[in-house]
Design a protein around this ligand. Structure first.
Ligand SMILES: [Zn+2]
Length: 85
Protein backbone atom coordinates (compact mmCIF):
# COMPACT_ATOMS: atom_id res chain seq x y z
CA UNK A 1 0.00 0.00 0.00
CA UNK A 2 1.24 3.45 -0.94
CA UNK A 3 0.61 5.95 1.87
CA UNK A 4 1.27 9.10 -0.19
CA UNK A 5 -1.02 11.07 -2.48
CA UNK A 6 0.15 11.69 -6.04
CA UNK A 7 0.53 15.49 -5.94
CA UNK A 8 0.96 15.71 -9.74
CA UNK A 9 -2.77 14.89 -10.06
CA UNK A 10 -3.63 18.23 -8.43
CA UNK A 11 -1.61 20.42 -10.79
CA UNK A 12 -4.59 21.19 -13.04
CA UNK A 13 -6.91 22.19 -10.19
CA UNK A 14 -7.11 25.59 -8.51
CA UNK A 15 -9.24 25.00 -5.41
CA UNK A 16 -7.92 23.01 -2.48
CA UNK A 17 -11.15 21.01 -2.21
CA UNK A 18 -10.84 19.91 -5.84
CA UNK A 19 -7.17 19.05 -5.34
CA UNK A 20 -7.84 16.86 -2.32
CA UNK A 21 -10.83 15.28 -4.06
CA UNK A 22 -8.89 14.11 -7.10
CA UNK A 23 -5.93 12.93 -5.02
CA UNK A 24 -8.00 11.07 -2.44
CA UNK A 25 -10.32 9.42 -4.97
CA UNK A 26 -7.37 8.24 -7.03
CA UNK A 27 -5.59 6.94 -3.93
CA UNK A 28 -8.65 4.96 -2.80
CA UNK A 29 -9.22 3.49 -6.26
CA UNK A 30 -5.62 2.22 -6.28
CA UNK A 31 -5.12 1.20 -2.65
CA UNK A 32 -8.41 0.19 -1.03
CA UNK A 33 -10.34 -3.06 -1.47
CA UNK A 34 -14.12 -3.35 -1.25
CA UNK A 35 -15.09 -3.84 2.43
CA UNK A 36 -18.23 -5.74 1.37
CA UNK A 37 -16.91 -8.43 -0.96
CA UNK A 38 -13.12 -8.11 -0.78
CA UNK A 39 -12.72 -7.24 -4.46
CA UNK A 40 -9.32 -5.48 -4.72
CA UNK A 41 -10.50 -2.85 -7.20
CA UNK A 42 -12.95 0.02 -6.62
CA UNK A 43 -13.60 2.37 -9.55
CA UNK A 44 -14.04 6.13 -9.65
CA UNK A 45 -17.52 7.20 -10.69
CA UNK A 46 -18.37 10.31 -12.70
CA UNK A 47 -18.08 13.51 -10.68
CA UNK A 48 -21.67 14.53 -11.46
CA UNK A 49 -23.15 11.81 -9.24
CA UNK A 50 -24.48 13.65 -6.17
CA UNK A 51 -23.59 11.22 -3.37
CA UNK A 52 -21.48 8.56 -5.04
CA UNK A 53 -17.74 8.74 -5.60
CA UNK A 54 -16.62 5.16 -5.96
CA UNK A 55 -18.19 1.83 -6.85
CA UNK A 56 -17.05 -1.76 -6.47
CA UNK A 57 -16.59 -3.47 -9.83
CA UNK A 58 -17.72 -6.80 -8.39
CA UNK A 59 -20.67 -6.31 -6.03
CA UNK A 60 -21.73 -2.78 -7.10
CA UNK A 61 -21.53 -1.28 -3.61
CA UNK A 62 -21.26 2.53 -3.75
CA UNK A 63 -18.97 4.57 -1.53
CA UNK A 64 -18.65 8.27 -0.83
CA UNK A 65 -15.40 9.84 0.30
CA UNK A 66 -15.36 12.47 3.00
CA UNK A 67 -12.64 15.02 3.59
CA UNK A 68 -12.28 17.90 5.99
CA UNK A 69 -10.18 21.02 6.02
CA UNK A 70 -8.32 21.82 9.20
CA UNK A 71 -7.90 19.88 12.41
CA UNK A 72 -9.64 16.53 12.40
CA UNK A 73 -9.64 16.20 16.19
CA UNK A 74 -10.99 13.21 18.04
CA UNK A 75 -14.71 13.45 17.20
CA UNK A 76 -16.48 11.15 14.80
CA UNK A 77 -19.78 12.43 13.38
CA UNK A 78 -22.62 9.99 14.04
CA UNK A 79 -20.25 8.14 16.34
CA UNK A 80 -23.21 7.17 18.52
CA UNK A 81 -24.01 4.18 16.33
CA UNK A 82 -27.38 3.32 17.88
CA UNK A 83 -28.54 6.95 17.55
CA UNK A 84 -27.42 7.10 13.93
CA UNK A 85 -29.41 3.96 13.11
ZN1 LIG B 1 -17.54 -5.33 -3.63
Amino acid sequence: MNFSFDASLAENYKSNSQKIRVMSETWVSKNIFCPVCGNPHISNLDNNMPVADLQCDNCGEIYELKSKQGKIGNKINDGAYATML
